[in-house]
Design a protein around this ligand. Structure first.
Ligand SMILES: [Zn+2]
Ligand SMILES: [Zn+2]
Length: 144
């Protein structure tokens, strides 16, 4: 075996593949000089120690891009601020209100049916905030 060997206390040059002073097999990325856990062409039986790359530069030997890792967390698309209290709400929660515009057919004697051709807007509010506002506007606050 004539594999390169590092002397005592010697700093391995970038891309060094061989043995350290203690006889451990060590391999470093030739691009940045960091320790390279990802190797190609490692055939110790033939005396070939291969080339080794760090995680960042292993694309050189593994050109297939890894899909971006998505950390699991609260999906922000469901988090909206409440229009009334400004606190965040989860739009999937029950009781949450979404601001909607549309056409309401007038009943004789007042009152309305459901909304037709409703357009939902990106405005959200807690159910209890809507209740508070409704009571505030009408001054009724009757609990049935
Ligand atoms: Zn590297
Ligand atoms: Zn609110």
């Amino acid at each position: 075996m004539d594999a390169p060997k590092l002397g005592e206390g010697e700093t391995p040059p970038p891309g060094f593949v061989g043995y350290d002073a203690d006889g451990n097999f060590v391999h470093y990325c030739p691009v940045c000089g960091a320790f390279g856990p990802y190797g190609v062409g490692y055939f110790p039986n033939k005396g070939e120690l291969g080339k080794w790359f760090c995680r960042e530069h292993r694309q050189i030997i593994q050109p297939t891009p890894q899909p971006a890792e998505r950390p699991m967390q609260t999906p922000t698309r469901f988090v909206k601020p409440c229009e009334f209290c400004s606190k965040d709400l989860d739009t999937r929660e029950s009781g949450v209100h979404q601001f909607t515009t549309g056409w309401v057919k007038q009943r004789e004697g007042g009152g309305g049916h459901g909304i037709s051709l409703a357009k939902r807007e990106d405005r959200w509010a807690h159910g209890y905030c809507i209740d508070n506002e409704t009571k505030g506007y009408t001054g009724q606050g009757n609990m049935f």
